[in-house]
Design a protein. Sequence first.
Length: 243
Amino acid sequence: MLADPKVTAIISAGGPAALAAKNATTTIPIIFSSRADPIQLGLVTTLQQPSANITGVVSVSDGFVARQIKLIHEVAPGAALIAALVNPSNPNNAKEVSEAREAQAPLGIRIAILQASTSRDIETAFAKAVELKVGALVIGADPYFDSQLEKLAVLVTRSDIPTIHALREFVTSGGLMSYGADLADSHHLAGVYTGRILKGEKPADLPVQRSTKIALAINLKTAKTFGLSVPQTLLAAADKVVE
């Protein structure tokens, strides 16, 4: 279906989907928006000279997990044990686990690594977090976790664990905080590239762009339910505050 001759271009929001498109066609232009390293994924060989029919945008993600841990610790300073939920199927998994563990010493906390790649895994991970009596939870940037926002919001409420996610939509769904790449900016840049390609430019001539915009969102209503006070410095830095 992706390789239908009538298709003029394929736009992919996510690295795995872009990889599936790449495997389906070598002629139809593909424009991706990814948080994972497109070279590591096998989408392109270099950022400056991408593959013949594929280019796109990659969001800066280095250090996000460590920063998420620091932010949630500022809001929940009493959390001596913080859990990090990561997806073992994600190419960024090893890097996120490393970042999480490196954040322990500077903050004087302990980190528990929880892994999930299915709906049942997520429920098991939350049950483990409750069993460990973690003081806060960090959810790594992952397309599967992004698709499970409503489920995550329900489990967070049920487990009574202050949580930070990568997507702003988590906060508007009732989650406490979000910090991560501004996907709206990444998708906008991908849209601009799509327009240029539809006007005749070749993907191979368009270097992979890097989106550097980062968004912080805080839900004050949720913070109150946890009995937490959000520092004014964080509120001032937030791109969105839900009251």
